[in-house]
Write a protein that binds this ligand. Structure first.
Ligand SMILES: Cc1ncc(COP(=O)(O)O)c(C=O)c1O
Length: 395
């Protein structure tokens, strides 16, 4: 059998410390490695496989589209792109959409749109307020927007134009606003930063502040969009509509696609302002349309809400048994478990041995983010594996 770990060491850039598992197949919430061992996948490809691995809806759409047309460029109209655009706009508070290939790219496009809006409507200001512990991607601008030193330190000079404030503190946003400010950019719930949920009135207060000061509000829903929080979009949960919305991850269900959407007020881009060779290509749009339609028609957000609550409750119960669990927080199928010691690495290995995949966001935090089609029985199985892994990791 090929030694994939040695090949990785020899050929691949070491930008991540991988877990020692070679995944070759998936179905629903489960994946299999190259030795036939199965795992419950509660990482969902980093919140991507929202309707599970190898969902027949996506597979069929890809097979059909692959036999017809993959790519034409945006020089021409293509049907899957426009069908997906209609589906997203008709099911959100947004008016227009542009497709790209990733979350970082969606945010980059959104920043361009906002800066242009600032030039037209405010005579030039381009500064954007973002939050500490946010995560907006790995391009240079998104590293600047992401207010976490560990993602910035190695890459100086960092682009300017972003001001950082504490999440869930409206006073800091007010104090940080000046004549150069054009927008506030937030994740409705911070995911990579440790699953941080704002107080119930925070986002509506930010919305009011933006309205009073003629600022745009951008929600980065790359992680929270498409049902993860138990609503199709996270903004619905808080009843706060942004001017600009970015999506990726669960939008494709596994194929690389991103999108930025805007309302009429922010609809300022014109021919020549933006573009992408692959963005909005027929193949990824067909897969994304099939996945998004499935999410809407099968009420996948409802399952995310119900089973996610069950999952959180079961994790809360485990807290009674394992004192090392200091907090369990989350909404829908995005739940963070925090520990009073730095056991996340050891715990992850023990989980892997038991056949459970989880994600670490800090040395003392693990994220539970299964496919949104996960069942209560699968949650029970995962909890049992986690419980046993905790017995090993906490000593
Ligand atoms: C909220 C948020 N925005 C943006 C990104 C970047 O997305 P991508 O990795 O597709 O560029 C991520 C990735 O984790 C994210 O969680």
């Amino acid at each position: 059998m090929a030694d994939w770990r040695s090949k990785e060491a020899k050929y691949y850039m070491k930008v991540v410390n991988r877990q020692s598992i070679v995944i070759v197949k998936g179905e629903g919430t489960r994946v299999w490695d190259d030795e036939g061992k199965d795992y419950l996948d509660f990482t969902a490809g980093w919140a991507v496989n929202n309707i599970g691995h190898a969902n027949p809806a996506i597979t069929a759409a890809i097979q059909t589209q692959a036999g017809q047309l993959l790519q034409t460029s945006n020089q021409f109209f293509t049907i899957p792109q426009l069908e997906l655009a209609e589906l997203l706009v008709e099911n959100s508070c947004m008016e227009k959409v542009f497709f790209c290939n990733s979350g970082a790219e969606a945010n980059e496009g959104a920043i361009k749109l906002i800066r242009k809006w600032g030039k037209i409507n405010k005579n030039g200001p381009g500064e954007i307020i973002t939050a500490y512990k946010s995560f907006h991607g790995r391009t240079m601008n998104m590293v600047a927007a992401t207010a976490q030193p560990k993602y910035q330190e190695a890459w100086a000079p960092i682009p300017t134009g972003f001001t950082h404030v504490d999440f869930d503190d409206i006073t800091q946003i007010k104090n940080a606003t000046n004549e150069n400010t054009v927008a506030v950019m937030l994740e409705p719930v911070q995911s990579e930063g440790g699953v941080n949920i704002p107080s119930s009135d925070y986002l509506s207060n930010v919305r009011s502040w933006c309205d009073e000061n003629n600022l745009l509000l951008i929600f980065d829903e790359v992680s929270t969009g498409l049902g993860r929080l138990g609503e199709l979009f996270g903004y619905q949960l808080f009843d706060v509509e942004p001017d600009v919305l970015t999506l990726a991850k669960g939008l494709g269900g596994g194929v690389p696609i991103g999108a930025f959407l805007c309302n009429q007020r922010a609809n300022v881009l014109e021919p020549g302002d933006h573009g992408s060779t692959f963005g909005g290509n027929a193949l990824t749009c067909a897969a994304s349309e099939a996945s998004t339609r499935f999410i809407i028609e099968e009420d996948v957000p409802g399952n995310s809400r119900n089973v996610g609550k069950y999952m959180k409750d079961q994790l809360e119960n485990l807290r009674m048994k394992h004192e090392i669990i200091s907090d369990v927080r989350g909404i829908g199928c995005l739940v963070g478990v925090e520990f009073s010691a730095d056991i996340a690495g050891k715990l992850l290995s023990a989980c892997n041995d038991n056949g459970l995949l989880l994600n670490v966001t800090a040395t003392n935090i693990v994220r539970w983010m299964p496919p949104l089609t996960v069942t209560k029985e699968e949650v029970d199985e995962a909890i049992e594996k986690f419980d046993k892994a905790l017995d090993i990791a906490k000593v």
